[in-house]
Design a protein around this ligand. Sequence first.
Ligand code: EAX
Length: 325
Amino acid sequence: MFLKKILTATVLGAALVSTAGVAGAAELKLGYSLAPTSHYGVGATAMGEELARLSGGKWTIKQFPANALGGEREMVEGAQIGTVDVVVTSSGPVGNFVADTLLTDIPFLFKDFKHVDAVLDGPIGQRILDQFPKHGLIALAWGENGFRNLTNSKVAVKTPADAKGLKIRTMENQVHMTAFQTLGVLPTPMAFPELFTALQQGTVDGQENPIGVIMSAKFDQVQKYLSLTQHVYSPALIILSPAVWNKLSAEEKGWFKTAGLAGAKAMREKARSDAANGVEELRKRGMTVVTDIDRAAFQEALKPAYEQYAKKFGQEKIDEIRNYK
Ligand code: EAX
C-alpha cells in the first residue's frame, strides 16, 4: 500500500517534470461564456487533452469559463489583438468580424443535426472558415451551441402573436435582430454576461438559447416559460489568435487543427445530449414547457425578414445551405 503510494507519486512527479521540461512549453488561455460542465467546457477539455497529447505536453490549455475573459464579442476582439489565445463562442457576435458567418444565423435554415453536420463539415462550412484569416482570426473548427428556444417570464408562447410586444434579449447579431423585429417583439441586443441580471430585474421579459445554455446559465431560476421553438440553429466556433498561429510550425498547425476538431466533436455530442435530456430537467426545475409550437406560423411571419436576407446575402447562397444534403 505504502509502496504503491510512493510509486504513484513518483510516476505523477515524473509526468509533471517531463511536461514542464518541454522546450518552449506554453499554456494557452481559452475563454468561454458558460460553466465548465457545459458543452463548451467539455469541448475545451477534449481539445486541451488532444493538443497536449499530440505535442507531448508542449502546448496546454487553461480554461477561463463563465465569462471570466469578458463577453463573446470581447473575447473575439481579444483573439484578434492577441490578449486571448483561444475562444469558444457562439456565432452570435462573430458576424461582426466575418460577415459570412451571418448566413448560418438565418432562422429555420437548418432542418436537423444531419443537415447541420453536412453543411458545416462540407465545402460550405470550409469556405466560411477560410474567410477568417483576412479578418485577423483563425477558425479551427465549427463546434455547436444548438437549436435555440424562447423563454420568458410572462406568457406561454405558441405562436408569433403570443410573442408580440415581449421585450426579448437577442445576441449582438443583425440577422437575429431583423428576425425578432419582424415578429413584432422588441429585440434588445445585450452581451451574455449581463443577461441573468437583466432577466432577474425584468429589464427584458425573455431570451432565447439552446437547452444546454439555459441549463448551464440557470435561466430556469428567472424564467417561467420555455417554448420549444427551435427557431434558429446556433453554431459555435473554436477561434485561435493569429498571435499564436503565426508562430507555429506546419506540424504544430496540424496538431491545433486536429485538437480543434476533437474539441468540436465532443462539444457537439454534449450539446446534443443536453438538447435531448435537458427539457425534462428544466421541467423538474419548475419551468412550464410549451411543446405545441406553430412553427409554420413563425416561418410565415418571418417572410419579410427572408426578403431582407436575400437582398443582403443573395438568395442562391441561402438556398445552397437550405438544400444541401
Ligand atoms: O454561447 O449569447 C448567447 O446567447 C450565446 O448563445 C451564449 O453566450 C452561449
